[in-house]
Design a protein around this ligand. Structure first.
Ligand code: ADP
Ligand code: MG
Ligand code: MG
Length: 870
């Protein structure tokens, strides 16, 4: 096998093997763009190395040596030639971009001796020693695992002592002192000197990059983004170009469009006389790219043209890293830029209009989960007016609005959020170590750094609201205070953060839902064109139904009737029914409930204006309706006019050890048929009343829950149908309806062909089906599922994403069996998984008719269904 590819041998298709960075460096080289020459060691080599007790085989070593020699020949430079020194950058890069997760070593090849030559040849001692101190710092951190703070703290201390503000202002003599101290840190912490041999440095760096695949930050990031642990990282070895070689040099990053808003305008930042991560690390606040236009018009023009070339070539917004060395421009990286949901939707729609993408490609480029961000709440305009401002100078780094308690430390943020608190991480700047705390925060606020700082990039990627570079804040992470122009806040104080314009407020500001935007509307319209699946909503409250209607749900896939029984005046009647000692009392209670239910259904039918509506008959165990505390029982006994002892006795009778496996669903109606009879009567009567009073046609689909046996369904069906026919006859009015069942027991899946004989439709209740298949209690499983996920025993939480292998297989069997009996029977899904993009893809492939989910997930489901349909 080939382990090493020179940049001229690869291309953009080879991301798996060369990593994203390597593949794109090769692609840019092929396009004739100015990329410093180099080569890439493959991701496979990394995995072999990691699985081979971290040993580089002789073959791999030889192959690297060969490519190194060829690079020396092509460049006319050498690791051992003091006149033409070859300095290298060693850069990691896996298949998926993992910003800041893996590590880079720059200026590799320098040592005590040749740094003097570099100074002599470039006639710039400051430059040479700046490179050297950077190498010592990065190499120490990445390769020797010496905590970066040892170097940074010393540098801070040294600068303060010598009254130097910026790194770039350090003199050569000062840099020499710093280098001296850095080397001492090696001996103190690592008990080993910095290796002077360039080749030894190189191989140590390669192995360190390979090993960094398994560092903790990388592991957390992969978990968070569902990236496999088996991919490995490539290593890119590249000639250095120097942005830190004086006032005509610099380094920067730019997006071809605004990653926050999607505006089609070059967006970026740069720093003069700087290297590497200076821009993103937030050490100095960078200049906007538009200033490069005046500072170096030629370079700007070139860069602008190249950025357009790249965007056209990749047909997507690019995130480009560049360096200028003595007015010569080099490109160091390009990738599809991370963006906010707002930007993603705008860019997708704009690119279709610009002819860069087809509608299908635009849809495929969007992540259904990101829809949630578009529907993020915003601060109430009125509430903002009276709120006390902390600052308005921060950068709007990632949109959204959030309120929470200030935390200065990622670990504290994690701890507080685990006990259910909403936290906001407030820091001078963030670093990859903070990722664990950033994930759990409602918002991230920093006092330093720009729009491309670590905090900003990571927050946008996660869809978390972020305000960066809020320079008015003086954040003391040690004594845990934030000083702002008008006051001081401490850890635990509540603030509100507006990531859309960068403003911060004291205390909690109330939130409301944001308005829909035109790009979202366009994407939704396209999604409907391309999705084969219908999307319904699970809803029974008027306001929820209206929300789902606004998202153009095609009907209601689940009305949970039990939700209608909890209002106090109804609960008492329900209790009378449950606790009654004779049939007469029971009927009387039911008559009252019937009246309520007729009104309920009329309201639902009117709101949904004639679209199909699946109504599930009563499902939960009866004991959920009765009191359990003595005081409550006494109060209710009084209300009902019965003895306390009697009531207590009935409550005990209803008690079940395993209520979720208990007397619930259709089992209630097998024992109390009058309950379901009352409910279907309410459904049919409300339909008849609407038809008679306003000629409104409604389409109730009556659903019987928790059926596991054919006999349950057929006997109930007969009873309910008889009653319905009786009502229609006596009212002399007929309304269309269907009777079906919810499939939520493994047994029901296995006998679906039998059940289909007595059903007009099926709907998979994925919550219960998952619970019953795994034998996991939905209400308690979270405690150990997290452990299962952490240990890799479960790849996904089956209550969030369909377990295709088990639960999915049962669904597949049920669908196949059903289609045998009734090829055209309508089959849908209700339950949380109906709104989960991965699961939706599976349901679409099975050929189901619709998915149904909570109203806010309707647009997510449409987009997922469209992607699956394309
Ligand atoms: P990351 O994946 O964390 O962005 P990179 O490999 O892109 O890491 O390296 C970080 C930074 O180091 C780059 O943005 C660039 O500024 C600098 N860098 C990398 N390679 C070179 C090079 N060959 N010459 C000059 N600077 C480089
Ligand atoms: Mg990095
Ligand atoms: Mg980079």
């Amino acid at each position: 096998t080939k382990n090493v590819y020179s940049f001229s041998e690869g291309n953009a298709e080879m991301k798996g093997l060369l990593g994203g960075k390597g593949a794109n460096l090769a692609e840019m080289t092929r396009l004739g763009l100015p990329v410093p020459d180099g080569f890439t060691i493959t991701t496979e080599t990394c995995m072999t190395y990691l699985n081979n007790e971290r040993m580089l085989t002789k073959d791999v070593q030889d192959e690297i040596e060969l490519h190194l020699k060829q690079l020396e020949e092509r460049s006319g430079k050498s690791l051992n030639d003091p006149e033409n020194m070859m300095l290298l950058s060693v850069r990691s890069g896996s298949k998926f971009s993992m910003p800041g997760m893996m590590d880079t070593v720059l200026n590799l090849g320098l040592n005590d001796e040749n740094v003097e030559h570099l100074a002599r040849v470039t006639q710039d001692e400051e430059f040479a020693y700046d490179c050297y101190r950077r190498l010592l710092q990065m190499f120490g951190d990445v390769v020797y695992g010496i905590d970066g703070s040892h170097f940074e703290n010393f540098l801070e201390f040294y600068k303060r002592k010598n009254r130097v503000k910026l790194d770039s202002e350090l003199t050569a003599d000062q840099l020499k002192e710093i280098v001296h101290e850095y080397k001492r840190i090696y001996l103190e912490i690592k008990k080993q000197a910095f290796p002077q041999n360039p080749k030894e440095q190189l191989f140590a760096a390669i192995e360190a990059v390979f090993s960094s695949w398994n560092n903790e930050r990388a592991n957390i990031y992969r978990k968070l983004h569902d990236i496999s642990d088996d991919l490995g990282t490539a290593v890119n070895i590249q000639l250095m170009v120097f942005g830190n070689s004086g006032p005509n040099s610099g380094t920067g990053v730019a997006f071809t469009r605004n990653p926050s808003t999607g505006e089609n305008k070059l967006f970026g930042e740069y720093l003069i006389n700087a290297q590497g991560e200076d821009v993103v690390a937030g050490i100095r606040t960078p200049l906007p790219i538009s200033e490069l236009k005046t500072a170096m018009p030629e370079v700007y023009k070139q860069f602008f043209e190249m950025s357009e070339t790249l965007e056209k070539h990749y047909q997507d917004m690019q995130d480009i890293e560049f360096t200028i060395e003595n007015k010569k421009l080099y490109l160091l990286q390009t990738r599809n830029g991370k963006r906010t949901a707002h930007a993603a939707f705008k860019v997708a729609v704009d690119m279709v209009e610009e002819g860069l993408k087809t509608k299908e490609e635009a849809i495929l480029s969007l992540d259904p989960h990101s829809v949630n961000q578009l529907l993020h709440p915003v601060f109430v305009e009125e509430a903002l007016k009276s709120a006390e401002l902390i600052s308005t100078v921060g950068l709007p780094a990632s949109p959204g609005s959030a309120t929470g308690k200030i935390c200065f430390d990622a670990a504290v943020a994690k701890e507080w959020s685990e006990r259910g608190e909403k936290v906001i991480l407030v820091r001078q700047e963030t670093s990859p170590e903070d990722i664990g705390g950033m994930v759990v925060s409602q918002a991230i606020v920093t006092s330093r750094g720009g729009m491309t700082s670590h905090a900003a990039v990571v927050a946008r990627g996660m869809g978390t609201c972020c305000v960066a570079g809020c320079s008015e804040l003086e954040i003391d992470e040690f004594i845990k205070t934030v000083t702002y122009p008008k006051g001081v806040l401490k850890e635990g104080d509540i603030i509100s953060v507006d990531g859309t314009n960068g403003d911060l407020y004291v205390g909690e500001v109330s939130l409301e839902l944001s308005e829909k935007n035109e790009y979202f509307e366009t994407v939704m319209a396209w999604s409907k064109e391309f999705s084969r699946l219908e999307v319904r909503m699970n809803a029974e409250m008027t306001s929820d139904i209206e929300t789902g209607m606004a998202f153009e749900a095609s009907g209601i896939g689940l009305v949970r009737t039990e939700h209608m029984f909890f209002a106090p005046e109804r609960l008492i009647e329900m209790r009378r029914f449950i606790l009654a000692s004779n049939q007469e009392e029971r009927n009387k209670a039911l008559q009252t409930i019937l009246g309520y239910q007729i009104d309920d259904f009329k309201e639902i039918f009117k709101t949904i204006s004639g679209k199909s509506t699946v109504i599930r008959l009563l499902d939960p165990p009866l004991h959920e309706f009765v009191p359990s505390k003595e005081g409550d029982i006494r109060k209710i006994a009084e209300e009902m006019g019965v003895q306390y002892d009697y009531l207590q006795h009935r409550v005990n009778e209803l008690h079940e050890i395993n209520p979720m496996l208990g007397h619930r669903g259709c089992r209630l109606a097998v024992t109390y048929p009058e309950l379901y009879i009352m409910q279907v009567e309410a459904i049919i009567r409300s339909a008849i009343e609407l038809k008679k009073s306003s000629q409104m046609e409604v389409f109730p689909e009556i659903m019987i829950p928790l059926v596991g046996m054919e006999g349950e369904l057929s006997s109930l069906r007969t009873k309910l149908e008889n009653h319905i026919n009786h009502i229609m006859d006596s009212e002399d009015c007929s309304v269309p309806f269907t009777l079906g069942t919810m499939i939520e027991l493994p047994r029901a899946c296995l006998i679906a062909d039998e059940l289909a004989k007595s059903a007009d439709f099926f709907s998979f209740g994925t919550n219960d089906l998952t619970q019953m298949t795994f034998g996991f209690s939905r209400d308690d499983a979270a405690k150990y599922i997290n452990q299962y996920l952490a240990e890799g025993v479960l790849p996904i939480d089956p209550f969030q994403t369909l377990d295709v292998t088990g639960v999915g297989e049962l669904i597949k069997i049920a669908v196949e069996k059903t289609r045998k009996t009734k090829p055209d029977m309508k089959i849908g899904v209700c339950g949380e998984l109906g709104g989960d993009p991965h699961s939706i893809e599976f349901f679409d492939q099975l050929g189901l008719d619709y998915v149904s989910c909570s109203p806010y997930r309707v647009p997510v489901a449409y987009l997922a269904a469209a992607k699956s349909g394309i």
